[in-house]
Write a protein that binds this ligand. Structure first.
Ligand code: AMP
Length: 459
C-alpha cells in the first residue's frame, strides 16, 4: 500500500516524501482512513509503530478543510503524558504540516507560562499539551475549548500510570460534547477501558501489536551476572561492541546518576535523564544523544517514556523494571519502524522473579549469554515455564464436618451433586500480583494492563 491510496492531499504526501517515508506503517494504514472518516478510534500501538503520523496526518487533512481558528481557541488537542513526548509530537506536527495553512503549538509545564499564553493569543489549529499546564492555561483564559473538533489521548496508559486521571477528567468536562476522539495506548488495562467507555463512541478498534508482545524486530539477550559486576560489564559491552548510541535503563534517579559517573570515568560519554533534572537539562541531554555527541543516555522509566530516537540500535536494562510491562515499553525504543535493534538485560540473582515475570508476560524465554570474567557467582536460576501467570485461588473455608446420622457429612450434603465449589481467585503469590490477577492460560494478557482490545483485531 502507498500513501497515495489513503486519501491524503498532495501537500501532505510531499512532506512524507521529504521524510523518506516509502509506505505507511500498519497502524497508519488502519488509522488514517478511520480518522479521515470522522469516526472515533481506539488503537493499541506502542511508540515506534508510526502512531504519531497515524493520527496527525488525517487530523491535518480534516482541519485543512474546516473553518479558521478564532483567537485563543484551538481545533485539535493532543494530550501527552510527558514534556518530551509533547515536544516530539509537536515537532512531528510541524514537519507533516509544512505548506498547509495550519498553525500548531506545544505547551507543557516546567517552563515559563507567558510565552505559551502569547503563542495562544491568535489561536492555534493544533495544540499539543501535557494535562497540568493545559488546565493552568485554561484557568487563565489563555485557551478556550469551544472550537475543539478532535481530541487525541496519546500514551493513555502512561497518563494513568502517572496519575493524570483527574486532570484528564477535568479536561474532558471542558470540551465540547460533539467531537472526534482518538485514544492511543500501548496496553489496555481495566482503567484504560473504563476511560475509553467515557471517551469513545463506536470506535474503530486498531491493534498492530499483540498486546504486550515484545516487538518482533528486537533481538533480546540476558546477561546473568552479579550486582556488583554490572557497571564494569556494561562498560565492557559498550567498548567491546563499540556501541555508539545506547539507551540504558535504571530503576532509580540516584542509580542513574551513579552509573553515569561510572561510565564517564570509564571514558564513555554519558548523561542522565530523570525527573530530578530540569526540563532544559533533559532536552539538552536528549538532543546531544540524538546528535551522537554522547554515547550513552542513562534514563529512568518515566523520563524515557515516549522518547523518539530514530532506529535506536541498543537498549540496555541495567536493572530490570519492577513492573513487567515496563520491559515492553523500554525495549520498544529499539527496532523501530522496521529496523532491527538489540535489547540487553543485565540480570543478577535478586532479579530472577522479575525476569520470570517478563518471560511469562511475553511468553518466551529470553536467550542468555555469559561473558568470561563477568559470570554470576550467585547464579540466576533458569526459568522453564513461560505460561502466563494463573491467579492462585484461596482455599474455601471448610464447612464444619458434622457427622449426620445417615453417615454423610454436612459439607457433602451442602454440595450435593454440584461440582466441587469454585474457589475465589485472589492475588497470586508473585510480586507482580497487581498485574497478573486476570491472566488466563493462553491469553497474552498483561493482567490488568495490556489486554488486547478485541481478539479479532490482533494482527
Ligand atoms: P512514532 O511511533 O510515531 O513515535 O514513530 C516512530 C518513528 O517512525 C518516527 O521516527 C517516525 O519518523 C518514523 N515513521 C513514522 N512513519 C513512518 C513511515 N511510514 N515510514 C518510515 N518511518 C516512519
Amino acid at each position: 500500500m502507498s500513501f497515495d491510496t489513503l486519501g491524503l492531499s498532495p501537500t501532505i504526501i510531499a512532506n512524507l516524501q521529504r521524510q523518506n517515508y516509502q509506505k505507511p506503517t500498519p497502524i497508519q494504514e488502519q488509522a488514517i482512513p478511520a480518522v479521515l472518516s470522522g469516526q472515533d478510534v481506539m488503537a493499541a500501538a506502542q511508540t515506534g509503530t508510526g502512531k504519531t503520523a497515524g493520527f496527525t496526518l488525517p487530523i491535518l487533512e480534516r482541519l485543512a478543510k474546516g473553518e479558521r481558528v478564532k483567537s485563543n481557541h484551538i481545533r485539535a488537542l493532543i494530550l501527552t503524558p510527558t514534556r518530551e513526548l509533547a515536544a516530539q509530537v509537536g515537532d512531528s506536527v510541524q514537519t507533516y504540516s509544512e505548506g498547509l495553512s495550519l498553525s500548531s503549538a506545544v505547551v507543557f509545564g516546567g517552563v515559563k507560562i507567558n510565552p505559551q499564553m502569547m503563542r495562544l493569543r491568535k489561536g492555534v489549529d493544533i495544540l499539543v499539551a501535557t494535562p497540568g499546564r493545559l488546565l493552568d492555561l485554561h484557568q487563565q483564559n489563555a485557551v478556550k475549548f469551544s472550537q475543539v473538533e478532535v481530541l487525541v489521548l496519546d500514551e493513555a496508559d502512561r497518563m494513568l500510570d502517572m496519575g493524570f486521571i483527574r486532570d484528564i477528567n477535568k479536561i474532558l468536562d471542558l470540551l465540547p460534547k460533539k467531537r472526534q476522539n482518538l485514544l492511543f495506548s500501548a496496553t489496555f488495562s481495566e482503567d484504560i477501558k473504563a476511560l475509553a467507555k467515557k471517551l469513545v463512541r463506536n470506535p474503530v478498534e486498531i491493534s498492530v501489536n499483540p498486546a504486550n508482545a515484545t516487538a518482533v524486530t528486537v533481538e533480546q539477550w540476558v546477561y546473568p551476572t552479579d550486582k556488583n559486576k554490572k557497571p564494569k560489564l556494561l562498560s565492557y559491552l559498550i567498548g567491546h561492541h563499540n556501541w555508539q548510541q545506547v539507551l540504558i535503563f535504571c530503576k532509580t534517579k540516584h542509580g542513574a546518576n551513579r552509573l553515569t559517573r561510572h561510565l564517564e570515568a570509564d571514558g564513555i560519554s554519558a548523561l542522565a535523564i530523570h525527573g530530578n533534572k530540569s526540563q532544559g537539562a533533559r532536552t539538552k541531554a536528549l538532543a546531544q544523544f540524538k546528535e551522537g555527541k554522547i554515547r550513552a543516555l542513562v534514563a529512568t522509566d518515566i523520563a524515557a517514556r515516549g522518547l523518539d530516537i530514530d532506529q535506536l540500535p541498543q537498549v540496555v536494562n541495567f536493572e530490570l523494571p519492577h513492573v513487567a510491562e515496563d520491559y515492553v515499553h523500554r525495549i520498544g525504543r529499539t527496532g523501530r519502524a522496521g529496523s532491527t535493534g538489540q535489547a540487553i538485560s543485565l540480570v543478577c540473582a535478586d532479579e530472577f522473579k522479575l525476569l520470570v515475570a517478563i518471560e511469562r508476560l511475553s511468553q518466551k524465554l529470553i536467550p542468555r549469554q555469559e561473558i568470561e570474567g563477568f559470570e554470576a557467582s550467585n547464579p540466576v536460576p533458569k526459568s522453564h515455564d513461560v505460561r502466563p501467570f494463573k491467579a492462585k485461588k484461596p482455599k474455601k473455608p471448610k464447612t464444619p464436618k458434622v457427622e449426620h446420622q445417615d453417615g454423610q457429612r454436612s459439607g457433602e450434603v451442602a454440595q450435593g451433586h454440584k461440582p466441587p465449589a469454585k474457589k475465589r481467585p485472589t492475588r497470586s503469590d508473585n510480586p507482580y500480583a497487581k498485574n497478573t490477577s486476570n491472566r488466563r492460560r493462553g491469553k497474552p494478557t498483561g493482567g490488568n494492563r495490556g489486554k488486547p482490545i478485541g481478539k479479532s483485531l490482533n494482527k
